[in-house]
Design a protein around this ligand. Structure first.
Ligand code: PMP
Length: 391
């Protein structure tokens, strides 16, 4: 397919004209129709944590496709991949994370979690953070803090409040009127913004004090990306509701929110069918996700992250770099101006590396390769990035 055909019939979301016509993807590489390859430093935005086309994920999809695809909607019959994945996830997440509700996407999981928080607490106010990205649907966008993305789409949900991230004083705005506070451990789309030391535990304590639920969006930070299986574990906070997507599905569309039974009962009773979905947690996506999760655990990919991070930090030193921030394999490479970011991205593409900008800032690139990347491939990627930055 040509990019002219793409421009003609596909509604694109920017004036960027896609050139890469993907023939296949394997491990950390994406190949075009002519056999040229690129190191993938985007991972479909933190989706392909176990690499592209991992044989176990592909086999799980093939096997499940041959068995059944959609016997019935969510929760009305037992679909083994769904149940098995929920069981695995809750076991690894531990106390307070006993039940999983699967959705089709991250935005949808955010929507559902906000609804549940309101109904569970009987309160109406939703607090979230400036710079946060939680999705593109009306509700999830209402709690997102990237003004440019929201322009022209209002009015949004009432009784939402955006407070500045990392501002300890602003936490005083969490009160007994607040149903929930929704937070990313690291603001992904906002530019890999790290929490200040002690900030998230202080936030969690304030939520507890006010009786507001703490909703943690780990859609980008989950599944080993930041060096622990989930980022809230190193951040030292316990979510009331954990929100997952992206790598959860191993490459297929899957989202989820996870919580304790008492909270999850909100969708079960008074009335029943408190949140419903036709395809959410479909068996194909659940089988793919479960296989990817097993790969992540059995190949101990999370344990590789700190040594890969170290290569990145050691190698990426260049006068064009204003800041390198993030954790594990979720980094923002920030320049002094947006032109350098665009130029570096374009030149890196020519040299064989895929990278991507952020949503709220234009002077940076995301660095988030698959966790399966070898040391040699990491060095190769750093060579490309340094060359792309120029003299
Ligand atoms: N929250 C975060 C932190 C995200 O990064 C994203 C997707 N970039 C979403 C929510 C929305 O997920 P989805 O695109 O699957 O709806």
């Amino acid at each position: 397919m040509s990019n002219q055909q793409a421009l003609q019939h596909l509604a694109l979301t920017s004036d960027f004209v896609p050139e890469l016509d993907v023939a296949r993807a394997e491990g950390v590489f994406v190949f075009d129709q002519k056999g040229r390859r690129w190191i993938d430093f985007i991972s479909g935005i933190c989706v392909n944590n176990v690499g592209h086309s991992h044989p176990r994920v592909v086999k799980a999809i093939q096997d499940q496709a041959a068995r059944y695809l959609h016997p019935h909607v969510y929760g009305e019959v037992i679909m083994t991949p769904q149940v098995a994945y929920a069981e695995r996830l809750s076991r690894f997440l531990g106390e307070g994370m006993e039940q999983v509700y699967f959705t089709n996407s991250g935005s949808e999981a955010v929507e559902a979690a906000l609804k549940v928080a309101k109904k569970f607490t009987g309160r109406r106010q939703l607090i979230s953070f400036e710079g946060a990205y939680h999705g593109s649907t009306h509700g999830s966008m209402s709690v997102s803090g990237i003004p440019s993305a929201k322009e022209g789409y209002g009015p949004f949900l009432p009784e939402t409040l955006l407070i500045p991230y990392n501002d300890f004083d602003a936490l005083g705005q969490i009160t007994t009127e607040t149903a929930c506070v929704l937070v990313e451990v690291i603001q992904g789309g906002g530019g890999a913004v790290m929490p200040s030391p002690g900030y998230l535990p202080t936030l969690a304590a304030r939520c507890r004090e006010a009786g507001a639920l703490l909703l943690v969006d780990e859609i980008q930070t989950g599944f080993g990306r930041t060096g622990t299986l989930f980022a809230h574990q190193w951040a030292g906070i316990q979510p009331d509701i954990l929100i997952l997507a992206k790598a959860l599905g191993g490459g297929l569309p899957l989202g989820a929110f996870v919580s304790r039974r008492e909270i999850m009962d909100i969708i079960r009773r008074n009335p029943a069918l408190g949140h419903i979905t036709t395809f959410g947690g479909g068996p194909l996506a659940a089988a793919a996700g479960l296989a990817a999760f097993e790969v992540l655990i059995e190949e101990q990919l999370t344990e590789r992250v700190p040594e890969l991070e170290e290569i990145l930090l050691e190698r990426l030193r260049h006068p064009a770099i204003a800041e390198l921030r993030g954790k594990g394999l979720l980094y923002g490479l920030l320049f002094h101006d947006k032109e350098t970011a665009y130029r570096t991205q374009a030149r890196a593409y020519e040299l064989g590396l895929l990278s991507l900008g952020f949503l709220s800032i234009e002077h940076g690139l995301r660095l988030c390769p698959p966790l399966t990347i070898s040391h040699g491939e990491m060095h190769m990627a750093c060579d490309i990035l340094l060359e792309a930055m120029g003299e």
